[in-house]
Design a protein around this ligand. Structure first.
Ligand code: ATP
Ligand code: MG
Length: 267
């Protein structure tokens, strides 16, 4: 009798443990989803400002085209209007992609243009904190990846770099081809990471920030754990080099496409 009671207690306990585990997974999933939406929300002031600039360009060149009837002025006006509209379309598709949940579909990605498109979203913020971005881009083959996930990865890394710098500094983004890999490195000359924190960096909720900064970003400790997940989904690797007081470099290596893939992509 006693043993029956014990075993039913054990069964109940294991069911409860299972439920707790389930709700914990579910909570973590929802939290990550919320974090993703919050990051998109944070971009809204940047995108609104950028859109305003683009609309000004479109309005001014439309006026110029209407005033000047000669063909060359009109061609120039149309070209400027088209450029501004294309840039606007790129921004909306980037933000919409970021808001979408799920892994996103895998397709051949030109890392250099993906980085450029993502930097547009951060331009205003980086200027505000007087941070220069140095680009060192080598031509690299397309990698197989999810554009929205890779953009999220870059947004997290560049935001961390910006926060580590505070004000005035340099972020260098390098894209290069290595043997069997395409590498992307983000280096900052910010505060650096103490050795004892390095093993904890990619753990969910590890943060040294007391909360969101003046731009409303940072402090949950989910950024790098999300980055790690994205890199795993891309069969990539990440490593960190950091010196306190000097700066940090995150280097990500994606598997280079097979020769046959490169050929078919460039066609
Ligand atoms: N480039 C960097 N320079 C210095 N420290 C860094 C850098 N990147 C990450 N860190 C450290 O790693 C911690 C974890 O980073 P992570 O991006 O996961 O979380 P967070 O930035 O604190 O919050 P959020 O979830 O908003 O990104 C940071 O709190 C910071 O201490
Ligand atoms: Mg972060």
């Amino acid at each position: 009798m006693a043993s029956m009671a014990t075993s039913s207690l054990e069964a109940n306990a294991s069911i409860s443990a299972e439920r707790i585990r389930f709700s914990q997974d579910e909570l973590e999933r929802r939290l990550i989803q919320l974090e993703r939406l919050a990051a998109v929300g944070e971009l809204s002031s940047t995108t609104t400002h950028e859109f305003n600039n683009l609309l000004m360009t479109i309005i001014n060149y439309a006026k110029l085209g209407m005033r000047n009837k000669d063909e060359s002025s009109r061609d120039k006006a149309f070209a400027r209007i088209l450029d501004a509209a294309n840039r606007g379309a790129k921004i909306t598709s980037t933000v919409l992609g970021l808001a979408r949940t799920g892994a996103g579909h895998m397709e051949p990605i030109d890392l250099v243009s993906l980085v450029e498109d993502t930097l547009v979203l951060l331009e205003r913020e980086l200027t505000k904190y007087r941070i220069d971005v140095e680009r060192e881009f080598q031509p690299v083959p397309h990698i197989q990846g999810s554009a929205s996930q890779l953009q999220r990865l870059l947004l997290n890394l560049v935001t961390n770099a910006r926060q580590a710098i505070g004000e005035r500094g340099t972020i260098r983004i390098r894209i290069s081809q290595e043997k069997g890999a395409v590498a992307m490195a983000i280096r900052d000359n910010g505060c650096g990471i103490p050795k004892e924190n390095l093993p904890k960096l990619f753990q969910p909720f590890f943060t040294t920030k007391s909360g969101p900064d003046a731009s409303g970003k940072g402090g949950t400790g989910l950024g790098l754990s999300a980055c790690k997940e994205i890199i795993d989904e891309h069969r990539g690797r990440i490593r960190v080099d950091s010196t306190v007081g000097k700066g940090t470099e995150f280097i990500i290596r994606f598997p280079a496409p097979l020769k046959s893939e490169t050929v078919s992509e460039s066609q």
